[in-house]
Design a protein around this ligand. Sequence first.
Ligand SMILES: NC(=O)c1ccc[n+]([C@@H]2O[C@H](COP(=O)([O-])OP(=O)(O)OC[C@H]3O[C@@H](n4cnc5c(N)ncnc54)[C@H](O)[C@@H]3O)[C@@H](O)[C@H]2O)c1
Length: 376
Amino acid sequence: MLIKFFPLTDIEFVSVKIENFILPINLNVRKLDLTIYQINMIMIVNLSCYMKYNKVLITGGLGFLGYHCVERWLEDDCEITVVDNLSSNAVNKDNLIYDQVSVIEDNILNLDVKDFSKFDIILHLASPVGPVGVLKHSGTMGKTIIDTTQWAIDVSRKNKMPLIYISTSEIYGYREQKTKLKETDDKILHGDFTVRNEYSISKLLAEIIIKNNSKIDKDFKFQIIRPFNVTGKYQLPDGGFVLPRFVNQALNDEDITVYYDGSQLRAFTWVKDIVEGIYLTTKASEEYWNEIWNIGNENNEKSIKYLAEKVIGYTKSNSKIVSVDPVEIHGELFAEAPEKIPDSTKIRSFLNWEPKKSADEVVLEVVNYFEGITNK
Ligand SMILES: NC(=O)c1ccc[n+]([C@@H]2O[C@H](COP(=O)([O-])OP(=O)(O)OC[C@H]3O[C@@H](n4cnc5c(N)ncnc54)[C@H](O)[C@@H]3O)[C@@H](O)[C@H]2O)c1
């Protein structure tokens, strides 16, 4: 039996989720009532209480990570509003036909901050993304990332709702050798003015702006999330993400194109593990707010070549693995990612985050997903 307690200082009501009890039910109960429920049900139910956000705003909610966030918050029976301009969406409105979800198809920058006063929390994911996806935003991406983040800050501060900002592990920059990265590690700017740097430095600047807003506004609450190599169901090959690209190549018996010699290491982390980490930060007790959190599974460290071999194994494809120069394919603006492995000690020890899927299991999930689409 798991019973979790969170400080209840600034909320009058808590939500109690009772599972395994004839039917799962959610109750909103007063602090004092909890004791009674605990006494009555302690032997027969799995009881967990948590701060509940009834109205959740998710920017980029039709994107890969955003859609998984919608699915996670739906488990809490929240009312969710998604804003997405369909610039790189992984799913569309039809995937979200739930009574409690509404979708605004627009650029957040076209929307008036004043119209978003009714929410309890904002998850800001809308952004250009992906090693190939960012290339078309070259030269304008810095402004886009900062303007959209400022919009999210304004919504959050004006309406006193916490902001969850989805940053990136890219902000750590370049390392000569494989390094396990902690939240406090230096950010190393390397090389020239690559598009990859435009992305990573803008995301870092957005983090700094968020942090500094909290210095001038004591009511402003935020969490900054740095996901590492997210992958899983719904991720598209379009943005240049490696696993969906390999799986599609394998299913079509095309060559699997590995950049350079394929020895690059990545810590592939299951998207639902990342989303669970994001979720836990929103439930953190007061002393764990206004923090930065690495989320990535260091135990899933694999080379790109290993990934290609696994994909061939699971798809039983006749594809061959061939080494290519990505710059010849994507042009001079392309830059390969440096090796980054997370040190996720902080979220594991303070928020009890525990990733569930191994790299092989994630590969299998993505293979099954695309096989399902292909066989339709
Ligand atoms: N996928 C990864 O491996 C990864 C890793 C680290 C960080 N991130 C971060 O996670 C977030 C989500 O990434 P993703 O992989 O789900 O990308 P995605 O492209 O699948 O999702 C982003 C969504 O935002 C929407 N969008 C973009 N600009 C918008 C705007 N101005 N107004 C409204 N909607 C807009 C897009 O249409 C898309 O649906 C991004 O902030 C990204 O920087 C992703």
